[in-house]
Design a protein around this ligand. Structure first.
Ligand SMILES: Cc1cc2nc3c(=O)[nH]c(=O)nc-3n(C[C@H](O)[C@H](O)[C@H](O)COP(=O)(O)OP(=O)(O)OC[C@H]3O[C@@H](n4cnc5c(N)ncnc54)[C@H](O)[C@@H]3O)c2cc1C
Ligand code: FES
Ligand code: FES
Length: 1343
């Protein structure tokens, strides 16, 4: 078995073309290879950990045993190129393109409006494409499973699913499917009668080209030949630091393992890969058994199943499913338990890659399969050169005891899983932050065997994951319960023993300690009930002598047994069609597809980091502080500078101009104010070298005091960023004296990470002349980047041009920060004279950039017994982090918007931004409103509870009804608010469903349902006049084509599409004549940030202005030749020396706010809306499922209903994330733990409500904006709180039944932990509680 020192050639195919790599480096991933070597940039980087699906591609391989070709999706960021020997890779570019032929998947996702920013789209396309390669007519469940690992931060997933459903067998094309009604039956879309009517179709399915599987790329014949005659030779690939050895025979593998016992076997790389990345583990030799068919053998015997360790988890799932269908139920208990977890373990992509052997050997404490395999008495077949042996997959193996483990030279060949038997029951349990694609907090495998015909326990095994460093067996407890009857007494004793044995210290890593303890017993209780049910079934054929021993389970308690199945969401989107007299060519008001939709879907849409490498380009990586508040004593760069490829390290000393501001420096100088503050930046030839150099920079610090992280501590230390903001009306003190009741409460709202799919990126290209710089940057505010770079480099603004083609999601996070990255990169460019590319890793992005402000609110509310609120006093504190950033503005907005939809005569709102040692928090969709208004709405709920009335009654009673003035004395008409509210109640059949929820709750003890309807009055715009302006530049060229440029940035919100709709209407030419290239500071100067929902409003007016100027100039020509064509008019205008270029300008709203007087007109208008959500919670685990959401939103005359509905849905789902799953965790030292998709859970496709309906309020008008439309970018965010209040409604029902105090401190997000612990019961009472003073917790709460 030779192991040559020269590398072999790595041969694989990409999109049908052969790739021969002569110097394949085992450390290079497929993602990097595609993007950098092959320049296939459709495949995106967004997390690098397999957790987001943005890099999904399809891999096709021929199975050496079955000879079948397997197509499977993988996350390219975890695939080492060396693993691809003999494989065919298909990327989004290989599926179809705008230049050749679009694939139906690409066409449909774009035309169904499934793309917004488009950054996730290639990954979505590839997941769907792979599904269709395997199942040309998939089921909806298969579709949901295929997309479960692909995150999208913009769309809210509904339109993506809608596009996928057009391929499904069940799909009938009617989007009202699932409601039981069809739009055709409702008379909707009926063009007779009224001039405009309600539509429910956002796309026309009939226009889609059919799927023709015969048109797909074939598996390369050369690879077929290769697999027919497989290479038995050992292949070796030498990289710079790592050698990859891939033997061709089992014998060679064993020999190599004996020779390199320390070398890991690399299969899916889903465990090794992330460890090498995050923990910096380096293995000089990797052994790849990918070509060893012996590891993929599956054999069935009469008593069990042996599965090769090399089988992927997806294959294991199929194998088990097949066995379950073949065998009697009693024999497949363990298999069914495994299948249950295999459905929710990771994503389809990861299951396709990860191997059974890798999963078992990794022995992650959270492993979903090991606890079940352990209780199911699985055994491991080990092989080495010495021979074979069997070891049990026992608790000792799982604990890593040397005596029970593999020897270094051994490999795991296969796993034997025995059948279960009669009177034996196996179950699996799991609780994660969300249902799909999330690592479990706690999981468990449980098995009991009864003495035949009795309920006497003969054997019992229970194993837990997530409650220690390894999977933990409760062996002792199980032994002590042998011989016991399966009854309540046993249950009680078992719980006590389990808690004793599976003990978790208060400081345990991962936190959530009390929750985990509770799950330990809650899971056992579920098991107890399940087994009891099964025993009952067995009683009939096997009457037990003393059958009264079986405790009766009342139907009310059976709800503990049901899990929440993944359900494919359904729903309807309603909007008003355009007036039937509107010319067909006029696109305004029609659901026009996003301009870049098709380019998103084919991967041709170019994002910042897709720009090809420029001559002499260098890469930059940032060095950040590891201390929260400290003096920098020294920075030693020497070792870093010695690393090959490293060119320079940029420090504050290199800045020729200003280094940010006194309080907010671009690069730290003498001290650091938070973990994650940027200290310096390494410039190197490659990003890999730059990142390696970072590790070598030695910084010494001296800790300073006081270090403040929490709002509580900031208040204690009087640590604030700005003065208090206050609004007051009426006489609050007096009013409190006259009310029937007063309630006081507290609300904690956690922060939120923007999690835009495209991390912060910038490319700075210095020009040779006049210190000019071109900056390509992913930002919402290019003018700010330009200005900051100018002051940093000390060169005039006119030398710097910022270009923004498109941004892969911003949500407020790309307003301020991109200027920092742009300026640091510009310093690097100036110093080195080279172009600099800076692409933040997801971890760094999350660490450095801050997000939504966490909030702590206190309220005191006085009200009459009928629910009328007479006085409300709210004080809010937000955690601003270590610099001011937008914190003062956020505080102001928070206070201005706090009243939401309610008219309360006596009010006092106060707000302050706390200065803490956390990364500075910043703008985020909704700008304080989503956090603050949660306090107001929680207060309403508390009043309702005290009055014994449903919360919706209190909401109705206190809502604005007539033309009125807000707390800051701005007049407004709430008519649309009331209409939204009433329509939402109607559309959701709220009152009926409220009764049904109550009925359900009476019948079910362990599951509770909750329903909530929330009104919204959201003020749009900036509260500063200078922000209400915009400019546009429209050029008409001599061929009649038109180039439109305006000051807004395309963030996915479809602003460019809307602008062209406006220009098309104004110039009366089809959109196909119009084009937008990019946003550029050279074309439109002094732009304002695209934010605050007014981007389309103000830029639309500017575009309109420019077009009107041009049309006015053309008027004489048109008059002279009215029958002429557009092209003829333009030609004539040019001949007559009429300027065909015009600047449009919009001088917008005069916003003003006098904080002294507490009066003003800060906002141009309001968006009104209402949302009703219904959920069901599992009181034993804290999990919830979203049953239904109905939203009614006042969009007035939508410019583009598809885009606007997309904004509403996307914002709603993002809001739902804020209020339910997105939890930022900080260490007591202020280090952000949650720095990737595995720890920070944004909603996935399976979080979309099972029924999700959105309606735009018809016949509504606003005079102030372009064509009477409204900006809907942010408002939907808050409506996500309807899910939160539905959850608290369900929790209140549980607490009422359990006789626990009605009120509880409101905490967002409503994580399973919070829900479970609030639904206290005998199990929560059982768990040991720790005195918080006695240990240092794993994490701290900063809100
Ligand atoms: C995004 C993501 C989400 C995930 N979610 C979950 C989840 O929800 N639940 C869960 O349980 N797990 C989850 N995982 C973990 C996943 O299950 C494991 O990473 C995976 O099963 C490991 O298999 P692999 O083939 O990729 O192992 P590799 O990374 O290739 O190898 C891992 C280790 O196993 C050893 N090894 C592999 N095969 C053999 C063999 N035959 N003999 C001896 N040693 C061997 C290797 O030497 C190596 O040390 C997730 C992982 C990712 C990346
Ligand atoms: S970038 Fe690969 S999964 Fe996120
Ligand atoms: S469209 Fe999915 S992340 Fe933007």
């Amino acid at each position: 078995m030779p192991c040559p020192s020269r590398s072999d050639e790595l041969v694989f195919f990409v999109n049908g073309r052969k790739v021969i790599e002569r110097n394949a480096d085992p450390e290079v991933t497929l993602l990097s290879f595609l993007r950098k070597n092959l320049r296939l940039t459709g495949t995106k980087y967004a997390c690098g950990r397999g957790g987001c699906g943005a890099c999904t591609v399809m891999v096709s391989k021929r199975d050496p045993t079955s000879q079948e070709i397997r197509h499977f999706s993988v996350t390219a960021c975890l695939v080492p190129i060396c693993s691809l020997y003999g494989a065919a890779v298909t990327t989004v570019e290989g599926v179809g393109s705008m230049k050749t032929r679009l694939h139906p998947v690409q066409e449909r996702i774009a035309k169904s409006h499934g793309t917004q920013c488009g950054f996730c789209t290639p990954g979505m396309v590839m997941s769907m494409y792979t599904l269709l390669r395997n199942h040309p007519q998939p089921s909806e469940e298969q579709l949901l499973e295929a997309l479960g690992g692909n995150l999208c931060r913009c769309t809210g997933y509904r339109p993506i699913l809608a596009s996928g459903k057009t391929f499904c067998l069940e799909s009938n094309g009617c989007q009202q499917k699932g409601t039981g009604k069809c739009c055709l039956d409702l008379g909707e879309n009926d063009s007779s009668g009224s001039e405009s009517q309600i539509c429910t179709e956002l796309f026309v399915k009939e226009e889609f080209q059919p799927l023709d599987p015969t048109q797909e790329l074939i598996f390369p014949p050369e690879l077929l030949r290769m697999t027919e005659n497989p290479e038995k030779r050992t292949l070796t690939f030498h990289g710079e630091r790592v050698t990859w050895i891939s033997p061709g025979t089992f014998k060679d593998l064993l020999e190599l393992k004996a020779k390199h016992p320390e070398a890991p076997l690399i299969l899916g790389n889903t465990s090794l890969g992330p460890a090498m990345r995050s923990k910096g583990c380096l293995y000089p030799i990797l052994l790849s058994p990918a070509r060893i068919s012996e590891l993929n053998v599956v054999s069935k015997t009469n008593d069990g199943l042996t599965i090769g360790a090399g089988c992927s988890l997806a294959q294991v799932k199929d194998i088990l499913a097949e066995r379950v269908s073949e065998l009697p139920e009693e024999k497949t208990q363990t298999y069914r338990a495994l299948l249950k977890h295999l459905k929710s373990l990771a994503s389809q992509q990861i299951r396709n890659m990860a191997s059974l052997g890798g999963h078992i050997i990794s022995r992650h404490s959270y492993s979903d399969l090991n606890p079940i395999l352990a209780v199911g008495n699985a055994t491991l077949n080990l092989t080495s050169e010495e021979g074979t042996r069997r070891i049990p997959l026992s608790e000792h193996f799982l604990a890593g005891l040397a005596s029970a483990d593999l020897k270094p030279e051994e490999i795991l060949e296969s796993v034997y899983i025995p059948h279960s038997q009669k009177w034996e029951f196996v179950s699996a349990f799991r609780q994660a932050q969300c249902q799909q694609n999330a690592l479990p907090d706690v999981n468990a495998g449980m098995r009991v065997l009864f003495k035949e015909g009795t309920d006497i326990i003969e054997d019992l095994s229970i194993t837990y994951g997530g409650v220690g460093a390894a999977t933990v067996s409760a062996h002792k407890s199980c032994q002590q319960l042998l011989g016991r009857q399966w009854d309540e007494l046993m249950l009680d004793e078992a719980c006590r023993r389990l808690l004793d044995e599976v003990s978790l210290p208060g400081w345990a890593p991962g936190g959530r300690v009390e929750f985990k303890r509770t799950l330990v017993v809650s899971f056992f209780f579920k098991f107890y009930l399940q087994v009891l049910q099964e025993l009952k079934k067995l009683i009939k054929p096997f009457p037990v002598p003393n059958s009264r021993r079986y405790p009766e389970i009342s139907d009310r308690f059976l709800s503990a047994l049901e899990d929440f199945p993944g359900t494919v969401p359904q729903g309807v989107q309603r909007y008003q069609s355009v007036d039937s007299h509107q010319p067909l060519q006029d696109p305004v008001g029609r659901p026009v597809m996003h301009l870049s939709g098709l380019k998103h879907a084919t991967g041709e849409a170019e994002f910042c980091d897709d720009i090809p490498m420029v001559d002499k380009e260098l890469c930059m990586a940032l060095v950040t502080s590891t201390r929260a508040y400290a003096k920098i004593i020294s920075i030693d760069l020497s070792e870093a500078l010695e690393i090959p490829g490293v060119v320079d390290v940029i420090t504050a000393k290199d800045i020729p101009g200003t280094n940010g501001t006194e309080d907010d420096k671009l690069l730290a100088v003498d001290e650091v104010l938070c973990v994650g503050q940027i200290i310096c930046a390494v410039v190197a030839e490659t990003d890999v070298q730059a990142k390696r150099a970072i590790e070598k920079i030695k910084i010494t610090y001296e800790e300073l005091e006081p270090i403040i992280f929490t709002i509580e501590d900031a208040i204690k230390h009087n640590s604030f960023l700005c003065p208090e903001k206050k609004l007051e009306q009426g006489n609050i003190e007096e009013a409190f004296e006259k009310v029937d009741q007063i309630v006081e409460g507290e609300v904690h709202v956690g922060g939120q990470e923007h999690f835009y799919m495209e991390t912060q990126r910038v490319l700075v290209i210095p020009k040779t002349e006049d210190k000019e710089l071109d900056i390509y940057v992913s930002t919402q505010d290019p003018a700010h980047v330009q200005k900051t770079v100018s002051s940093t480099l000390n060169i005039p603004i006119n030398r710097i041009t910022c270009h923004v083609k498109r941004v892969g999601g911003g949500f407020g996070g790309k307003i301020g920060r991109p200027a920092v990255f742009g300026a640091i990169a510009a310093v690097g460019a100036l110093k080195t004279g080279h172009p600099i590319r800076l692409v933040l890793d997801r971890e760094d992005d999350m660490l450095i950039t801050g997000g939504r402000h966490p909030l702590f609110g206190k309220y005191k509310v006085g009200f009459m017994n009928n629910g009328r609120i007479k006085a409300l006093d709210i004080e809010c504190f937000i955690n601003g982090g270590c610099t001011l950033d937008d914190s003062e503005l956020v505080t102001e907005f928070l206070i201005l918007k706090l009243e939401n939809a309610y008219k309360i005569r006596n009010l006092r709102f106060r707000g302050r931004a706390c200065l803490t040692n956390l990364p500075s928090n910043t703008a985020f969709r909704g700008f304080g409103f989503p956090q603050g208004t949660l306090v107001t709405e929680s207060c309403i709920t508390a009043v309702a509870a005290k009055c014994g009335l449903p919360p919706e009654k209190i909401r109705e009673k206190n809502m604005y009804r007539t033309v009125d003035k807000t707390i800051y004395k701005q007049a407004f008409n709430p008519e649309s608010l009331i209409r939204c509210w009433n329509e939402c109640l109607d559309a959701s059949s709220f009152h009926n469903r409220r009764k049904q929820v109550e009925e359900f709750n009476k019948k079910n003890y362990w599951k509770k349902r909750g329903i909530a309807v929330i009104p919204m009055k959201f003020s749009v715009g900036f509260a500063a006049t200078s922000y209400h302006q915009a400019a546009a530049l429209v050029h008409i060229y001599t061929d009649g084509s038109v180039l439109v440029t305006h000051g807004g940035n395309e963030l996915g919100q479809g602003i460019h599409t809307k602008m062209l709709q406006v220009a098309s209407r104004e110039l009366k030419i089809p959109m196909s004549h119009l084009h937008i290239c990019e946003t550029s500071t050279a074309m439109v100067p002094n732009t304002i940030a695209t934010a605050a929902s007014v981007g389309a409003d103000i830029n639309g007016k500017a575009v309109q202005n420019a077009c009107q100027i041009l049309l006015k100039r053309l008027e004489p020509i048109i008059k002279k030749n009215p029958e002429g064509t557009w092209e003829e008019w333009i030609e004539a205008a040019f001949e007559q020396r009429i300027s065909l270029s015009a600047t449009g300008y919009f001088r917008g709203y005069k916003a003003f706010m006098d904080w002294e007087k507490g009066e003003g007109d800060p906002f141009p208008y309001y968006v009104y809306g209402a949302a009703c959500s219904e959920v069901e919670i599992d009181c034993l685990t804290g999990a919830h499922k979203k049953i239904r959401t109905d939203i009614v939103m006042d969009a007035c005359c939508s410019l583009n209903p598809a885009i606007d509905i997309g904004q509403i849905e996307g914002a709603f789902i993002q809001g739902m994330g804020l209020y339910t799953t997105e939890e930022l965790k900080y260490s007591p030292e202020g280090v952000l733990y949650s720095r990737g998709p595995d720890e920070y859970k944004i909603p996935t496709i399976s979080d979309v409500p099972e029924e999700f309906n959105v309606s735009l309020l018809p016949s509504s008008q606003t005079p102030l904006t372009i064509y009477s439309s409204k900006g809907l970018g942010e408002s939907g965010m808050f409506l996500g709180s309807s899910v939160f209040f539905a959850i608290t409604d369900a929790m209140a029902a549980a607490r009422k039944e359990r006789d626990i105090a009605e009120d509880f401190t409101v905490k967002s997000p409503a994580t399973p932990e919070w829900v479970r612990m609030a639904c206290a019961d005998r199990f929560t009472e059982m768990i040991p509680r720790d005195d918080p003073k006695t240990f240092k917790p794993w994490s701290i709460t900063v809100a």
